[in-house]
Design a protein around this ligand. Structure first.
Ligand code: NAD
Length: 312
């Protein structure tokens, strides 16, 4: 008999709740929403609200809230949002001090209770937190990935679509590098259904869009006083769904590099194929000298945070 997949969400906050809703709506599996003991009742309340939502919209996924890691055992997929989000004026790197001990705690429990899961990390500073989770769990690189590129590309896509006056569906973009303000929106691979964007959008407008994309997270923090959560959750779900359904989607994501693009022992945003075996392939695309230079700058920023993590 086929059984439902089990999806563990570590962190029942803004992104965690939206992840649970999307998983249930898409009937990807049953959800266990985990948070710290002080937030267990909150997680249980959110889970119950979401199960009641299923009676209205018509899904049968079970959604439970817990602070007991034993309830996460056997998860097929784990999505990690544990940690605090940015406040206005903060950079993602300012979160290291608070989020590093949280990620270490989560990673130790992943190793103990969910050693077979495919793990998607969202917590910031993303590239350093996913690095640390892989280091502590010792999981193979196929099964640990960071979500950033899908979200950053979506932001890029939206701004280009609005400027060109076309549907977001027809824009193809990719954003590489670290999930920081020196990320690399790759204009040379950016098309409107095959037509290079440069044919429809003027150069100065494109530069302004690249800049807005890089600061896209901060723009929302400035408006809301906390991080975005709808688009981040949808982005992680695209990755989880590709794994669960073996879709083999080619998506930008933070993957552990072992020499690809000239970088080693570092997580950074690159195009990857996500299928039933996890991160099945890292795709190396040609970059211009200028793009390579921007990637090197971004890698340097990521390495600086990873070095802080290694010393802590
Ligand atoms: N990668 C990205 O593109 C991206 C985008 C947006 C936000 N983020 C990051 O995602 C994280 C979560 O954002 P949010 O808006 O959901 O925050 P949130 O504050 O709403 O939720 C985070 C939850 O994590 C819980 N938590 C803390 N310690 C924990 C532990 N040890 N185990 C389990 N849960 C724990 C908190 O109690 C809280 O409920 C933040 O670090 C934020 O910066 C990343």
């Amino acid at each position: 008999m086929a059984t439902r997949k089990k999806i563990g969400l570590v962190g029942a906050g803004n992104i965690g709740g939206e992840l649970a809703r999307l998983i249930a709506n898409k009937e990807l599996g049953d959800v266990v929403l985990f948070d710290i003991p002080a937030k267990e009742k909150f997680a249980q309340g959110k889970a119950l609200d979401l199960e009641q939502n299923g009676a209205v919209v018509g899904y049968d996924s079970t959604i439970t809230g817990t602070s007991n890691w034993e309830h996460m055992a056997g998860a097929d997929v784990l999505i990690v949002t544990a940690g605090i989000p940015r406040k206005p004026g903060q950079s993602r790197d300012d979160l290291v001090a608070t989020n590093l001990p949280i990620i270490r705690d989560v990673a130790a429990n992943v190793k103990k209770h969910c050693p077979d899961a495919f793990v998607i990390v969202i917590s910031n500073p993303l590239d350093a937190m996913v690095y640390e989770l892989k280091r502590v769990t010792g999981l193979p690189r196929e099964r640990v990935v960071g979500m950033a590129g899908v979200l950053d590309s979506a932001r890029f896509q939206l701004f280009l679509a609005r400027e060109a006056g076309v549907s977001v569906k027809d824009i193809r973009t990719t954003v590489l590098g670290g999930h920081g303000d020196d990320m690399v929106p790759v204009l040379s691979y950016c098309t409107i259904n095959g037509t290079p964007v440069g044919q429809l959008i003027a150069k100065d407008k494109l530069s302004a869009i690249v800049d807005r994309t890089r600061k896209g997270g901060g723009e929302i923090v400035g408006l809301m006083g906390t991080s975005a959560f709808y688009a981040p959750a949808s982005s992680a779900i695209a990755m989880a769904e590709s794994y669960l359904k073996d879709q083999k989607r080619l998506l930008p994501a933070a993957a552990y590099l072992e020499g690809e693009y000239g970088y080693k022992d570092l997580f950074m945003g690159v195009p990857v194929v996500i299928g039933g075996k996890g991160v099945e392939r890292i795709v190396v695309i040609e970059l211009s000298e200028e793009e390579k230079g921007m990637l090197a700058k971004s890698a340097k920023s990521v390495q600086a945070v990873v070095d802080v993590v290694k010393k802590a």
